[in-house]
Structure formats: structure tokens, C-alpha cells
Design a protein around this ligand. Structure first.
Ligand SMILES: *[C@@H]1O[C@H](CO)[C@@H](O)[C@H](O)[C@H]1NC(C)=O
Ligand SMILES: *[C@@H]1O[C@H](CO)[C@@H](O)[C@H](O)[C@H]1NC(C)=O
Ligand SMILES: *[C@@H]1O[C@H](CO)[C@@H](O)[C@H](O)[C@H]1NC(C)=O
Length: 360
């Protein structure tokens, strides 16, 4: 239960950051504008769905888990996942696998393995992807030795692509700047602030260990060269009401538990697109099944009663993105990547392209 609250609040935290970066007009205009947008009501429809990775033991990979998805500044989509070499477990050696789509998700490249941690006992864990729209770079942050299992210390690592995901830098060790506190970025995406204060700042949030306590953000004000800790939420995940000294307001806004978003202890997805906040998770209090898309016209204060079931069966972590260009096509769709299976949610990684206006 503690973790359930932990993850739910963690998501609210990310939204708060994301909303902070967007900025909108006054509330009345907000609602009217949404309803009026081309006379179109939100009516999500699964328009296309493809399995990007299947955990069938082919090659050197046992299981694909922890999918991330991002837009790029050049209008491509990049999907990432842990390719776990020996088992489905969180520890162990892994690759980071990537696929790229340059046609709005219609087709995807073959897999590139962009990071290989070798034979580490407590290998890499994804992760958070963040796009710097000013430099057009894509930054992926992950951890090494997060669980301190037969290794020490834990390291926070970064790889970067300056050519739309085609090639990637060597891993850079951010713990040299940040210190070696265990930090699990994401899973999901970071943001770049568009409005002042600190427009252009990169904000990447994640969590520590139970012993380490809390949810943290790391910040960069120079396009990913230097990083430091930003806000943290100390009382989480101990299932306690927040206390006045717990909260460091840097990069955070008001936080609330949201009991509408029923959750079996899992990482959920959240995305603000225009005036609508979208949320995905396996909407079941006991089991990782029932991948569901919800949406809110009130910045997550209330949720619409309708929800769209993306997959009834086993399903777990999810992440969302959408293309940010001015093309009409890009305004119509969001993309959800999630763990999906028939017997176990670890069977495959799937990406669903969702038409927001019922296919019209
Ligand atoms: C959502 O948040 C934005 C940014 O803080 C604000 O301008 C807007 O009025 C909010 N909308 C609603 C419906 O509360
Ligand atoms: C990263 O840097 C920290 C701090 O200097 C160091 O302790 C750690 O061993 C480094 N990790 C890797 C993988 O090189
Ligand atoms: C699936 O999610 C929907 C929406 O929250 C809910 O009404 C339904 O009871 C859920 N079904 C299962 C089997 O969890």
C-alpha cells in the first residue's frame, strides 16, 4: 500500500512539474477552449498497435521490461526498453534496446542496442528520457548498481544523442557531480521548462530506495552538462500524511493522493497534451491487468468518467508521448508504450497509437 501511494504521488509530482512548465490562460477560457477545439470531443480510439519487442528468448535477451517512449525535436519517435540478459528480474546484466520511427509510429527500425553493461550482477536500470528542444538532443538517464547487490556504489548514468537517436554517446557518470545516493530515474520522461523561471531547465525525477527515502528530481540549467539535486519528497513512501518540513518546493507544486487512480503497485504513465492530462495504468487494485487510459480537463483534479481499456489482460508499466509539431496529424494522436501479455505482462512491449477524436 505504501508503494501504491508512493507511485501515485510520484506521478502527481511529475504532473505538477509538467504543468508548471506549460502555463495556460484563466480557468474559464481553459475549459471553453478545450470543448471548442474544432468542435471535437475527446473520444480515444486505438488506431494502431504493434509489438516492438517480444520476450521469446531470441538472441541474448531473456526479457524486455521497463519501456520508455519519447518524441524528438525532429518529429521522430524513440522507444527504449531494458533487454534483460539472463532472467526477468530487476537485477542482472542488461542492454538498453532502442527502436526509432520516422513516420509517426507506422513503422519502426530494427533494434539498436545502445548500451551494454557487460556481465554486471546488479546491472543497469531504466530510466528517464528527456528531450532538449533548444539543442535538439535526446538524453537518457539510467542507474547502475541501484540495488547495491554485490556491488557498490550506485551510479547515475547518462547517454545522449545529437542526431535524432541514430548514434549515442558513451555513458557519462553523473554521480561524479551528484554523489552516489541510489537514484532510479523515472521510469518515464523528464521535461524541459518552457516558461520562466529557469526556462530551458531540464528536470528529471525518480525515486530512491526505501532506506534512502523519497522521490527526487535532478536539474540541469546548461543542457545536460551539469546536474544537481532539485526538489525532494521526504515522507514518501511511508504512507504518511505530509508534514510541513517534508517538502522542498523547488520544482514542485501542491500534492494530493488521488484515490480515483486505482493501482496494483506499478509505474503509471502521465502526459499533458494541450489542455488535457492523460493517465495510463493497470486499473486494478490487486493485479497487473486492465491497462486503462483516463483523462482530465482539470489538471488531474477530477477525471472524466469514461475510460478506455487498452488491454484487458496482463499489463504493467506504461509511458506516453506525443509529437509536438504544428501538423494537424500531430495534434490528433498520443502514443502509449506498455508491458503486455496473455499470461504474464512481461511477454512483450507494445506501442498503441491512440486517435484522440474517435478516428475523425
Ligand atoms: C491548469 O493549470 C494551469 C497552469 O497552472 C492553469 O492556468 C489552468 O487554469 C488550470 N486549469 C484548470 C481547469 O484548473
Ligand atoms: C561514478 O562516479 C562515482 C563518484 O566518483 C564513483 O564512485 C563510481 O564508481 C562511478 N561509477 C562508474 C560506473 O564508473
Ligand atoms: C478496468 O478499469 C475500469 C476503469 O477503471 C474499471 O471500471 C474496471 O472495473 C476494471 N476492470 C478490472 C477487471 O480491473
Amino acid at each position: 500500500m505504501g508503494l501504491f501511494l508512493y507511485l501515485s504521488v510520484f506521478r502527481m509530482f511529475l504532473w505538477a512539474s509538467a504543468l508548471n512548465s506549460e502555463g495556460h490562460g484563466e480557468p474559464g477560457a481553459y475549459r471553453r477552449e478545450h470543448r471548442a477545439q474544432g468542435g471535437m470531443q475527446i473520444k480515444p480510439l486505438i488506431y494502431d498497435e504493434q509489438l516492438l519487442w517480444v520476450s521469446n528468448g531470441a538472441g541474448e535477451v531473456n526479457t524486455y521490461r521497463i519501456p520508455l517512449l519519447t518524441f524528438t525535436s525532429r518529429g521522430s519517435l524513440l522507444a527504449f526498453t531494458e533487454a534483460r540478459k539472463d532472467s526477468s528480474g530487476d537485477i542482472g546484466a542488461k542492454f538498453i534496446a532502442m527502436k526509432r520511427s520516422i513516420d509517426r509510429g507506422a513503422t519502426w527500425s530494427p533494434t539498436s542496442f545502445i548500451v551494454d553493461d557487460g556481465i554486471l550482477v546488479d546491472g543497469l536500470n531504466l530510466g528517464s528520457v528527456v528531450v532538449d528542444e533548444q539543442t535538439k538532443s535526446v538524453i537518457l538517464i539510467y542507474s547502475l548498481c541501484f540495488h547495491l547487490y554485490h556491488c557498490s556504489p550506485s551510479s547515475t548514468m547518462l547517454v545522449e544523442s545529437l542526431d535524432d537517436g541514430l548514434t549515442w554517446s558513451n555513458p557519462r557518470n553523473l554521480s561524479v557531480q551528484l554523489g552516489v545516493k541510489s537514484f532510479a530515474p523515472g521510469p518515464g520522461f523528464g521535461i524541459q521548462k518552457r516558461l520562466s523561471p529557469a526556462a530551458g531547465r531540464l528536470v528529471v525525477c525518480g525515486h530512491g530506495t526505501i532506506e534512502g527515502d523519497g522521490v527526487f528530481c535532478i536539474l540541469s540549467d546548461d543542457h545536460g552538462r551539469n546536474w544537481r539535486y532539485g526538489g525532494s519528497l521526504k515522507s514518501i513512501p511511508y504512507n504518511q500524511p505530509k508534514q510541513s518540513q517534508d517538502f522542498n518546493p523547488d520544482e514542485c507544486q501542491e500534492l494530493k493522493f488521488d484515490h480515483t487512480l486505482v493501482d496494483p503497485v506499478v509505474a503509471a504513465g502521465a502526459l499533458q497534451k494541450e489542455d488535457v492530462l492523460f493517465f495510463t495504468n493497470p486499473a486494478n487494485s490487486q493485479k497487473r491487468v486492465n491497462m486503462t487510459l483516463r483523462w482530465s480537463f482539470t489538471n488531474g483534479t477530477t477525471w472524466e468518467n469514461e475510460a478506455v481499456q487498452i488491454w484487458a489482460g496482463p499489463s504493467a508499466y506504461s509511458s506516453m508521448t506525443s509529437l509536438v509539431g504544428n501538423a494537424v496529424e500531430d495534434k490528433k494522436y498520443i502514443y502509449v508504450i506498455y508491458e503486455k501479455g496473455h499470461l504474464e505482462s512481461t511477454e512483450s512491449i507494445s506501442v498503441a497509437k491512440i486517435h484522440l477524436y474517435g478516428g475523425r
